[in-house]
Every structure is written in structure tokens, then in C-alpha cells.
Design a protein around this ligand. Sequence first.
Ligand code: CA
Length: 485
Amino acid sequence: MKLATHIALGILCTFVFRCGLDAAATQTQPNIVIVNTDDQAQWTIGAYGNSEVITPNMDRLAHEGMRFTQAFSKPVCSPSRAMLLTGQYSHRLGIPDYIPYGNPLYAENGLPVGTPTIASVLKGGGYTTALIGKWHVGYGEKYFPEHFGFDVAECYEYVPPGKKYAGYHQVPEVVDGQLVFGLLKNKRLTDILADRAIHFVRENRGKPFFLYLAIYEPHQTVWDAVPDEDLAHYNKRPLTVPDISPFSDAQIDQTTLRKLMATYYGAVTCADRNLGRLLAVLDELKLSDNTLIVFMSDNGMNLGHHGLIGKGNAAFLGTNRRRPNIFDHSNVVPLIVRWPGVVRPGQTNNALVSSLDILPTLMAITGAGAGQKMQLDGRSLLPLFKGERDTNWRNFYCDTYDMIYLGNHGEKPYMRMIRTDQWKLNLFLDAAGQPLDNGNRHELFDLKSDREELTNLYGRPAVATIKQQLETQLRAWMRETGVTK
Ligand SMILES: [Ca+2]
């Protein structure tokens, strides 16, 4: 036996022995925790510059880790979650819009069976994996998360034991000793999900685990009252809201908008409070130093911005009239990572990054999935985590959003976007790939002078050259990634 082999065996024996003594202290692979909030805009976090919202735990993560300012996701739920889980553009997966659960037309819409996910890849690398919370990438039986690498799947979109679809605001609750499903009466869903996540962490301490905690806040406000303890912070303070007076399509007053903002912030604070409960348990179990936390949201939110409420399929405030869009407020999300010893505390990163990058990052960190043949559209963020300057990092980012559902506004726009640090071009196409409304809907924004995307420069001669360059790049990307129209 060669000397090197003896040494390797010695190290292995030592490792196994020490694992027996204190597994958490010697575990070589980091635990991975992804906390994905629902409809949480980047502007709802103190660490991103909001002085009115109360988010001490999200701020703590940013203070102890790295905050990304240009992190792209999708403008609505399902394609965003599909992209995060698989590292593939959602158009490759056949999920162009959110999946309207319960609509039989969409019973066959979901992650293609057999698609590798973060969970299946990490499971292959020795991780115990859990989804706690929202799934929203298919509701037929074949799309259940257990088929995509999750050892534990506590997903309240269907009801065990029959696993029948129940609507994703239907949650199990014990009332008078009976398990019932329905809108919550006794406890807030986010508190329950945090309880379950904490349970999973306690059960699996001492071995590598992957927790995907996908909470429904702040979107949950649609179904459920915000807990008093979270809302109380906002009821009496005058909140700043966007000026909606320039948007004649919005049909509410500033007072009503302030109330909506208070509710939204209350739900964000509910999410933050429960994030804090999870962080406290990681601290208590001494797992924080060996746990990579990725905190993000599935999509953003306009609340008064552009006169709208909502994300990519937002409506004008006080109306049912939709305004399809890929504004930054809809598809640029908060992304904060904390990983002690690798990510230096208090960093801000302005690179163009994406939820596509999460799976390649986790593969680079853990070695899981090495050699596995799979489609990946993102790239590892590990060099950015380490503070290395990558001169080859992407300098533009493209994506699509087909608003094919909620077509009640009379059209189904197929949006194609290219975004650089300074510019954003959105093409609005019809189902045949032709310009919608003779091209009058296309948009070009100069983000350097117009961060809120209020002035459409598309038809202006002064920007003709950059417009052409961007469209050429965008069309090339569409061809390369199989966007057929
Ligand atoms: Ca969402």
C-alpha cells in the first residue's frame, strides 16, 4: 500500500471517529438553507435602503454576508421557482407563466418528469433534503416534490394521505383533536412553516442537510390576515408610498395605498420574525458557521410604482385592468447570502446574477452532481462569494415572460427582455412572434437616468444605435436558448 493511501486512510479514520464524537463540528460539507419568500420586492428590506420596514433578521444576514443588488428572477411565481430549482430557463421547462392550480387546463403543466433539481443533485451528494412550504411547479401527482429529490415534502398544495390537490392556501390544522384542512383559524401559516423547518433542522443536525423553506409571505396577505404582532408596527406610523398621481389609470387614493403598504410590510415583518426564529435555532445548535444561507424572493412587487399593484401581471390600483410588464420591481429580487468563513461580512455585489446561478453554485461548493450530464443555464457564484473579481462575468442578462394566463385584459403578450447595467429593452410580441400593437408596446429604459423605468425611449432617434445593438444581442440569445418566437 502506498504511503499516500495510508495517509488518506488515516485521515478518513480520524474523520469517521470524530464524526462519531461531534458530527456537526467536523461535517465537511456545509448545510444549505434556501429561504424563498413570495412576492417580496427588494425595496422591502432595511438593508436595501428602506428605513420604514422592520426586517432586523434579513438585515442581520446582509450585515453578516453579501447582498446582491441586481439579482434576477422571474416576474411571477411558477417560472421563478422552476428556474431556481433546476438552473434552467423556465421556457426550456415549458413553464412560461404561473400555473393556475385547480384549473384542469393546467393539470399537465409542471416540471418535466426526471428534470434534475437542487434537491435531487444534493441528495445524490449525500444530503438529506426538505421542501417546507410552497412548491407551485405542478399539481398533478407526477409533479409532487417527492419525485424531484425531496426526502421530506411538507407542501400544503395537496392533502396527504390521499394527496389530492387542495389549493395552496389550504393547510392542515388540528382543531378539537381533528385534522382539518382549510383557511387557518388558530395559527399563521408562516409560523407553522417555520416550526416545521426548525423541526427538520433539529432532526437532521449532525449530517449535511438541504432545507428549502418557501414561505408564502408577503403574498399570504391575499388569503389571510397579518398577525397583529407584525402589523402593529405599522398601524400608527405614516408610511411613505409612491406618488400615484401621474398614473391616471390607478383608481385609489394615497390613504388607501398607505393601508395596503402597512399590510404588505406587516407580512414582510412576519416573514422576518420567522426567519429570525430559524437563525436562532441554527445558532443554538452551533450550525451557523457551517451553513450557507441563501435568502431570496421568487419575484418582486409594485405597490404604487407605475400606478400598479402586483408583479409581472400587475393590475392598476383599484381596477382589474392588467399591465403586463418586466419592470425591475417585478423581476429583480432581494438576494442575500451568508456563509461564515467564505463570504466576508457586509459585502454588496452589483453583478448581474440570477436564480439560475444557485444550482451551479451549490454544485461547485459541494461537488454534488459532478460529471452528471444536465442542462444548466446559470454559472457558479462562488468566485463572487469569495470577493474575486471575475472579468468574464456576464454583462447582459436576457429572459422571457409570456403572460398567457390572465388574458382577460384582451391580449397575451410574449415579452422578451435584455438588461445591462444601464439599459433595458423589452419587446412585446404576439403569439406568432410579431410585434404587438405594431411595435408601439416595445420599451427601452435608461436606468442610469431613469431608475424607476418611467420614460420609454424606444422610438427616440438619439437611442437608435443602442436599441439596435440590444435587439441584436437579444435575438441571438433567443436563438441560442430555443426561444422560438
Ligand atoms: Ca410569487
